[in-house]
Write a protein of this length. Structure first.
Length: 113
């Protein structure tokens, strides 16, 4: 039996366009927040530039777009987009709470007795 490894959409892949009513300040804020986090954890690279990642994540969060639809045009996997969205939500939540972002949840939730 022959193994078929080519993409279903064809060699060009699926390209999805989303138009978001966002200010450049919102996009820059999120990109700067991500840049600071990547520098802090010592990440050497990402599949796309941080500004483009911020745009994709905002499209997922704001317009409820499926990660697979947005990932196809940039040759990345849908799980990568989902991971980016979770990282951004964690970064924003920690920014509000005033603590640093970690990938694992805290040992205990609530005030200490």
């Amino acid at each position: 039996m022959k193994k078929n490894n080519h993409a279903v959409e064809g060699p060009d892949g699926l390209v999805y366009t989303a138009r978001l009513p966002l200010s450049s300040a919102t996009l820059n804020y999120l990109a700067d927040l991500m840049r600071g986090h990547l520098k802090k954890i010592g990440s050497r690279w990402r599949a796309l530039p941080v500004g483009k990642i911020a745009g994709i994540v905002l499209a997922v969060l704001r317009c409820d777009q499926r990660p697979g639809d947005l990932a196809g045009g940039d040759q990345i996997h849908r799980t990568t987009v989902t991971r980016w969205a979770r990282e951004v939500v964690g970064l924003l939540a920690c920014r509000v709470a005033g603590r640093s972002f970690t990938s694992r949840p805290p040992d205990r939730i609530g005030p200490r007795a």
